[in-house]
Design a protein around this ligand. Structure first.
Ligand code: LLP
Length: 415
């Protein structure tokens, strides 16, 4: 459910006409809906009820400062994977004390930065990382709050590139080795064991793999308790899918309720790390049709957004809905591949889409609020898109379109 609907045949973002936003800010343009973000965040937060919990929004999904500050104002925590993401959280007024630090390759400098800022928990992904954290924390004379990300070897049933909970994946420590690793960590002078963490993949459309993984992790929690290691939290990760086409993922509230049922009688604070489920359907990417082109086998709509603006279709063959901004048209329907100007055959936003369009028309790529702008690049020396957040009838520019000069900022020619 989102706030991008037609009013009098014109696509609106909440109560702002998309065409008016484009007149002011140009294309390609990301537009986010504040009300959608708030609704999705509260769905997670409310479903956990009065059981101690923390919603740690996964910053990688969309790290715009306006998005992060909105989350911070709602009381959100954050899931970060780099020093840069933590710096953004802090710049946006977020609380490092409600932030968890995930990722397989944390540098010593990043660990130090997180510890100095009072990170809530570092989610450790290997024994080598445990040793590194012990070294950094002892240098700082801080006891590092940690959990281990365990890999429960559960098939998330999602695209292989975004599946993380199988033994063949690089993430986490094997659940079979976890008990020994916790025992090792419990004897370390600058390690403070807080919890356990598990994230099995992204865009999951069924509840079962989450519950499967959770049951395996709870067995570990019980085994650790028998060894005298009491955890204070369980972090169930993110990964809840959204509807891009005809998927039927559980609603965030139903997902969170199913998780909470398994945890209700335990004294464990529950941490959620949702990214996509909050942001994907809170954003669209608006693009203008530059040319219509037909060859012997295909019709192409060549648009001004490309794989550098929205990588998901090229990278994962992801299907994103593409709709016209103005339903009033004299054009005839045809089947088009919607392609960008980048010099790669993989540069497409959608294939075989039936649309009634002319050159100069605007199209909106839906469900673009998560892993859209954050995965964008400057490939082909294309400045990154502007971003706007709407709030009812108000629209705020939350990132200016990049300028040509910014593209080579920091570059030097030889003397
Ligand atoms: N926690 C951890 C440790 C993660 O690795 C991720 C996502 C999340 C939470 C948030 O997952 P979400 O709730 O958004 O599914 N670029 C890909 C998605 C990559 C997800 C990586 N990890 C895409 O566009 O589909």
């Amino acid at each position: 459910m989102d706030f991008f609907n037609y009013q009098a045949q014109q696509l609106h973002a909440e109560d702002c006409a998309v065409s008016a936003l484009v007149k002011q800010h140009g294309t390609p343009l990301y537009i986010y809906s504040k009300a959608t973000i708030e609704r999705h965040w509260h769905a997670f937060n409310n479903a956990a009820g009065s059981h101690p919990h923390l919603v740690c929004y996964a910053v990688k999904a969309n790290s715009n400062l306006a998005v992060l500050s909105l989350m911070a104002k709602m009381g959100s925590g954050f899931d970060i994977v780099s020093q840069g993401e933590l710096a953004r959280v802090i710049a946006a007024g977020g609380d490092p004390g409600k932030t968890v630090f995930s990722g397989v390759g944390k540098k010593s400098s990043e660990i130090a930065y997180a510890l100095k800022h009072g990170i809530h928990c570092i989610n450790i992904e290997s024994v080598a990382e445990l040793d590194r954290i012990q070294t950094v924390a002892s240098e700082l004379d801080i006891k590092a709050p940690v959990s281990f990300r365990v890999n429960p070897d559960v098939d998330a049933g999602t695209h292989p590139y975004i599946s993380t909970g199988l033994s063949e994946n690089k993430f986490g420590v094997s659940i079979d080795d976890a008990e020994a690793i916790y025992l090792q960590a419990s004897k370390m002078s600058h390690i403070n064991i807080q919890g356990v963490d598990c994230h099995i993949g992204s865009q999951l459309t069924e509840i079962e793999p989450f519950i499967d993984a959770l049951e395996r992790v709870l067995l570990l929690v019980d085994k650790l308790a028998e060894q005298g290691i009491q955890l204070s939290h369980i972090d169930v990760g993110g990964g809840l899918g959204v509807r891009y086409k005809d998927e039927q993922p559980p609603e965030p509230a139903d997902y969170a309720k199913a998780i909470m049922e398994k945890l209700a009688d335990r004294e464990l604070t529950v941490i959620f790390e949702p990214g996509r489920a909050i942001m994907a359907n809170a954003g669209i990417l608006v693009t203008e049709v530059e040319f219509l082109k037909t060859n012997e086998s295909k019709n192409f709509a060549i648009v001004d957004a490309a794989m550098n603006d929205m990588l998901r279709p090229a990278l994962y063959q992801a299907w994103q809905e593409i709709i016209p901004v103005d339903l009033n048209t004299s054009a005839q329907e045809s089947v088009y591949d919607i392609v960008g100007p980048v010099c790669e055959t993989g540069d497409f936003l959608g294939k075989d889409r039936t649309l009634a369009i002319n050159a100069g028309d605007l199209l909106a790529v839906r469900s673009a609020g998560a892993y859209g702008f954050t995965m964008s690049s400057n490939y082909n020396s294309r400045p990154r898109a502007a971003e706007v957040m709407v709030d009812g009838e108000q629209a705020h520019i939350v990132r200016e379109r990049e300028t040509q000069e910014q593209l080579w900022q920091g570059e030097k020619v030889l003397p």
